[in-house]
Design a protein around this ligand. Structure first.
Ligand code: CTP
Length: 397
C-alpha cells in the first residue's frame, strides 16, 4: 500500500526516537521511499548512521552541510507526506508559533505536502495546558495528529503520552493514502496569476496577483489524487513537477487555453486575476512619447468564468473567485449567479492579510445550495486545503 510513496520523516529529541529506526524499517519494507531529517536533540537518542543505513538515504540535519545549502523547499515538494515522529514538546511549540531555527522547521514551514505528527511526551507534559493549546493550534493549520498511546513511559510512570507504535503509524499512513485520494480520476482545470495586456512591445496593463493562491489550490488538488492542468498567467512561482502547466500571458490566451480544456474537465477553479479590459489594438512598434496626455482605448476581455458557466453540463463543477471592497456578500452571490458558478470564494479587501501580495488569505465560501462557510486568516496553503475540502463536500452534496 505504501509502494512508491515518498515519506519525509522528521525525528525530534524524545526517547521514543529509538522507535523511529523500527518505523523506517517498516516503511522501507512496505516499498516507501524514506528521507530522514533529524534535529540536534534527536541525535542523542538514535544515530544518523542507523537511520541512513535503514532508509538507504543520507540523513539531513543542517540547513548547510559542507558549505552546501540543503534545499528545504524542494524536500517538502518531493514528499507525498511529511511525518514528524516522535514530535517533542519543543518542536510542537515551534510548529505552533512558526519558529524556524533548524532544517526540520524550515522544511515544515515550506512543505506543500500534507503533514502528520506522532507526539511523544510524559503524561504530565501531555496534559499541560500549553501542549493542549499548541496541538489545537497545529491542527487548525491542517496538520494531522496520530493519537498518543497509553502505557509505560520513560519516567517509569504509566499513562498517556507514548508515541504510537511504529506498526500503528504505518497503518495510519496506509489509511491516509487510501482515503485521501478523494479526487482520483477527476480532471481539474485551474487558472492562476495575473494577465498582461500588451500596449506595445514593451508595455502592458497588468495587476499585482502573484498566482500563489491558485498554485496552492493546484497542489492541494494534486495531493488528493486529481489530474491537474494549471493555466498560469505571468508569474515567477515554481510549481510541483507533476502538474501540467500551460503558461499564458494575456486574458485572450487564458480564455483559449480554458476553452480547449473545459470539455474534459470535471472541476474548474477560476482563481486568476484576469484583466477586465485590454487595449483595442497593440502597437507593433514602441510608442514614442509626444503629447502630454496619452490615451489607450480599451475593450472588454472575454469573461472566462462566465463562458465556462454557459458551457457547463450538470456533472461539471465550476468555482469562481470574487475580490470585493464593499457589499461583499451581495456582490459575491450575484457573481455566482450571473456567471452560473456552483461556488464562489470571496476575499474581502477589508480583511487585513487577505488578497494580493500576502502569504495569507481570509476567505468566505458560498455555494449554490445557499451554504456559507467562513474561515479564519490562514496561510494560502491552508486556505487551499479549506477550498478543496469545501469543493469535495459540494461534490457529495
Ligand atoms: N474572471 C474571468 N475572466 C475575466 C474576468 C474575471 O474568468 N475576464 C473570473 C475571475 O477569475 C474570478 C471571477 O471571474 O473567478 C471574478 O472576477 P472579478 O474580476 O472580480 O469580477 P468581475 O466579473 O470582473 O466583476 P467586477 O469587476 O464588477 O467586480
Amino acid at each position: 500500500m505504501l509502494k512508491g510513496k515518498k515519506i519525509l520523516l522528521g525525528i525530534t529529541g524524545s526517547i521514543a526516537a529509538y522507535k523511529s529506526a523500527v518505523l523506517v524499517r517498516h516503511l522501507i519494507k512496505q516499498g516507501a521511499e524514506v528521507k530522514v531529517i533529524m534535529t540536534t536533540a534527536a541525535k542523542d537518542f538514535v544515530t544518523p548512521l542507523s537511520l541512513s543505513t535503514l532508509s538507504k538515504n543520507d540523513v539531513l540535519a543542517d540547513i548547510t552541510d559542507n558549505d552546501t545549502w540543503a534545499n528545504h523547499v524542494m524536500l517538502g515538494r518531493w514528499a507525498d507526506i511529511m511525518l514528524i515522529a516522535p514530535l517533542s514538546c519543543n518542536t510542537l511549540a515551534k510548529m505552533a508559533n512558526g519558529l524556524c531555527d533548524n532544517l526540520l522547521m524550515a522544511v515544515y514551514l515550506s512543505a506543500t505536502c500534507p503533514v502528520v505528527v506522532a507526539p511523544a511526551m510524559d503524561e504530565d507534559m501531555w496534559h499541560h495546558n500549553s501542549t493542549i493549546e499548541n496541538l489545537k493550534k497545529i491542527a487548525s493549520f491542517n496538520n494531522q495528529i496520530i493519537p498518543v498511546e497509553k502505557g509505560e513511559l520513560a519516567s517509569g510512570l504509566v499513562g498517556e503520552g507514548r508515541m504510537a507504535e511504529p506498526e500503528n503509524i504505518v497503518n495510519w499512513l496506509e489509511n491516509f493514502f487510501s482515503n485521501k485520494l478523494e479526487l482520483k480520476g477527476k480532471k481539474v482545470l485551474i487558472t492562476a496569476g495575473p494577465t498582461y495586456e500588451a500596449i506595445d512591445p514593451v508595455r502592458f496593463i497588468g495587476n499585482h496577483s502573484s498566482g500563489k493562491m491558485g498554485v496552492a489550490i493546484a497542489e492541494e488538488m494534486k495531493n488528493r489524487g486529481a489530474d491537474v492542468t494549471l493555466v498560469l498567467g505571468p508569474s515567477n512561482i515554481t510549481v510541483t513537477e507533476n502538474i501540467e502547466v500551460i503558461r499564458v500571458k494575456s486574458a485572450n490566451e487564458m480564455y483559449d487555453a480554458c476553452i480547449n480544456h473545459f470539455e474534459k474537465t470535471d472541476i474548474a477553479v477560476m482563481s486568476a486575476a484576469v484583466a477586465d479590459y485590454t487595449p483595442v489594438s497593440t502597437a507593433s512598434q514602441k510608442i514614442k512619447k509626444n503629447d502630454s496626455i496619452f490615451s489607450v482605448e480599451l475593450t472588454k476581455t472575454k469573461d472566462i468564468l462566465k463562458s465556462l458557466g454557459e458551457k457547463k453540463n450538470n456533472k461539471q463543477l465550476l468555482v469562481g473567485f470574487a475580490l470585493e471592497t464593499n457589499n461583499e456578500k451581495e456582490y459575491a452571490l450575484k457573481k455566482m449567479k450571473t456567471k452560473n458558478a456552483d461556488m464562489i470564494v470571496l476575499n474581502s479587501l477589508n480583511d487585513a492579510g487577505a488578497g494580493f501580495g500576502h502569504d495569507t488569505n481570509k476567505i468566505t465560501i458560498f455555494d449554490k445550495h445557499n451554504k456559507e462557510y467562513k474561515f479564519d486568516k490562514k496561510s494560502k496553503k491552508d486556505v487551499a486545503i479549506d477550498i478543496v475540502n469545501t469543493i469535495i463536500k459540494l461534490l457529495h452534496a
